[in-house]
Design a protein around this ligand. Structure first.
Ligand SMILES: Cc1cc2nc3c(=O)[nH]c(=O)nc-3n(C[C@H](O)[C@H](O)[C@H](O)COP(=O)(O)O)c2cc1C
Length: 222
């Protein structure tokens, strides 16, 4: 039998320690990567349908606050219609160079940003491009409002510049558009104050911006 004159010697301790460290760092990185939500992409919304819905007087007759939702996403077309009704472009630049929107704003400042919270993440509504720009991946619906908002298909967070004196009024017009759209589509809607540093922190807003109100919209529970 051949006996090797010497067994392979273990790696010196000075070599082993960095290797172990590298493996641990690799494991840590993998665990972190796995716990991160999947990245989200911009969403190009379909052209809003502006011929659908109840006549205005009937929508007004149906408008109400309902604070419960079924956990089911809205079809992309309905989401597009909702956001257009809320604060979409109804007069493009060839009609009104600085754009016309479905809600008025003081001095046409178009100052309110709509942060759109869906189950897969948070997006900013870019009205002119009719697009949703991703700002945060992951389901934060349970962290930004109330128990019922956890299930709502969509929650619109109304974000303004901290120094904007007209933001409250301008948000109100948009909120009523959303209520009327929801009434017209048989959806539930709920407008509420957005307060608390924890909720604000979830959205990771820049220092000069703050969230004033939110409005959840979704299917009624069965
Ligand atoms: C500026 C404003 C703030 C509101 N804040 C809240 C709120 O923090 N929580 C809530 O449950 N509802 C809130 N609401 C909804 C009102 O309570 C609701 O509109 C009111 O009870 C009348 O009900 P209706 O919308 O069905 O007519 C708010 C409404 C407005 C206009």
């Amino acid at each position: 039998m051949h006996i090797p004159d010497r067994l392979p010697s273990p790696a010196p301790a000075s070599f082993r320690r960095p290797t172990v460290l590298l493996v641990l760092m690799g494991l840590l990185w993998t665990a972190q990567a796995l716990s991160q939500p999947a990245p989200i992409q911009p969403i190009q919304l379909p052209k809003p349908q502006i011929t659908a819905g109840l006549p205005l007087m009937q929508a007004l007759a149906q408008r109400k606050t309902t604070r419960a939702f079924l956990d089911r996403p809205l079809p992309l077309q309905t989401l597009s219609n909702l956001l257009w009704a809320a604060f979409g472009v109804n007069r493009p630049r060839d009609v009104k160079p600085e754009l016309g929107r479905t809600a008025p704003s003081a001095m046409n400042s178009q100052d309110i940003e709509l942060d759109v919270v869906l189950a897969e993440g948070v997006y900013v509504y870019e009205a002119e491009a009719n697009r949703l720009r991703p700002i945060l991946a992951g389901d934060v619906r349970g962290k930004i409002g109330t128990e019922a908002a956890t299930h709502a298909a969509v929650t619109i967070v109304y974000v303004a510049n901290a120094k904007d004196d007209w933001a409250q009024v301008d948000t109100g017009f948009i909120g009523q558009n959303v209520y009327l759209f929801a009434a017209s589509e048989g959806l539930n809607a709920w407008f509420y104050a957005f307060h608390g540093p924890e909720q604000t922190a979830v959205l990771k807003l820049p220092a000069e911006k703050h969230a004033l109100y939110a409005q959840s919209v979704g299917y009624p529970p069965k």
